[in-house]
Design a protein around this ligand. Sequence first.
Ligand code: ADP
Length: 495
Amino acid sequence: MALAAETKAIVGQYDYTDEDVNKGVKEFLRQMGEGLEKDGTSLSQIPTYVTAVPNGTEKGLYLAVDLGGTNFRVCSIQLNGDSTFHLTFSKVPIPKEMMVAKTSQELFAFLAKQIDVFLQTHHMADYDRHVRRRNTVSSPTGFKDEPVFRLGFTFSFPVKQVGINKGTLIRWTKGFDIPDAVGKDVCALLQVEIDKLHLPVKVAALVNDTVGTLMARSYTSPGKTGAVLGAIFGTGTNGAYLEKLANIKKPLEGEYDNSTGDMVINTEWGSFDNQLNVLPNTPWDIQVDKDSVNPGIQMFEKRVSGMFLGEIVRRTLLDMMGNEKMAFFKDENSSFNDWKSTTSIAEHSGIFKQWGLDSSIMSVAAADTTPELSTLRQELEGQLHVYSPSLEDAQAFKAVAGAVGRRAARLSAVAIGAIVLQTGQLSQAGDEPIDIGVDGSLVEHYPYFRDMIYEALRVIDGIGEEGAKRIRIGIAKDGSGVGAALIALVAAGME
Ligand code: ADP
């Protein structure tokens, strides 16, 4: 059989039909409902205590910080009240020793110090006024009547949020390990260190990045209702949406303003359908999961997000290469054809290593529509050390990567479509757009990702052609900057 026909059989396993999409939506809605009722379900549906989204008229100067990985970002955001903003920021790498400091106090003191430096660098006038005042009173609480900067704290680690500016750390991830912080309120830890430096700063909100994305989109693209959903398609995937308070059946422990009748819910949809009731499960999905650090968990994320797509493609290609009967990466003119016997190839090519194929090459494959696929073939050489790949090899690679990417987009449409249906906005008369803010490299850079999402949205029962036309999916950048500032603003209204 020719390579193209054999590849077709493999690619077919990534088909996710219109019927599958609809089954997925039904199950997503069911699991959303379950998560609103009790804890410990597949979709966590975490209440965020944020009860309103902005409409673009918000004004003021706010601070935002973002602790999530290698860098600590500090920024100030001037909201102009006309859907625009001005952002000033600084970024400092977090020293490795801080990530594993003996006490959490050391890390949070370091963070407070960076806020101090930022204020001195960019907001000297406010800072000065404050310091002069500080010299006349003895304790930070003496500043009660002083104007303070309200700060939104984006903290991208698992927390149990119990109020708009209160949440306890469940566990560290991403190389951080400071045991005494676990179980403590991270906002309080930061506030204590800020107060020690007598900074005019109040930690007003604890922010999840998806909620920030939702807020940022609402502010910059205002409609009558604001955005209904903020979603990330980057290393991971997750979404936060505006839910009716009346639908949240599980107990809400913290304080919140119930006058809007709504609350933003962080779905944690990466764990949708961990039990695999409806999610597709090819032999390569099974391998990727089995060899991951958390088998059986985050099953939706493992089929949708940037971190995993390349790995699914890699596993598929590896099986094709191992199949003696398949003429894949075996072209005699390619220096890759004897990969089995040449250790230097195995040593160098990411194809042979877990996580060795970055999802970004899938974007190159999708973007290259030339007959010779020359850009993709160059990239196969550059990134994967497949020297002089044949046209047929590149075509097979493109077909597999395209199928995995397309399935991810259609699965994304399941989550987006289900949430649009859950909000009930489509049944309201009029043609007001239903706004959705998205962020992340996958949705931003993968060609046609949004088009493929729309294609699937159109076949969803209850959405259809007309409904899909009303759904407006737009990039919302800076969720951890402007979004966090907006949550600090909403929080200030509740004080
Ligand atoms: P994060 O989610 O960590 O904030 P990004 O949104 O940049 O960061 O997402 C990074 C992820 O996106 C990585 O898993 C990377 O492999 C993937 N990625 C980066 N660029 C592209 C691209 N052009 N096409 C598809 N995936 C990409």
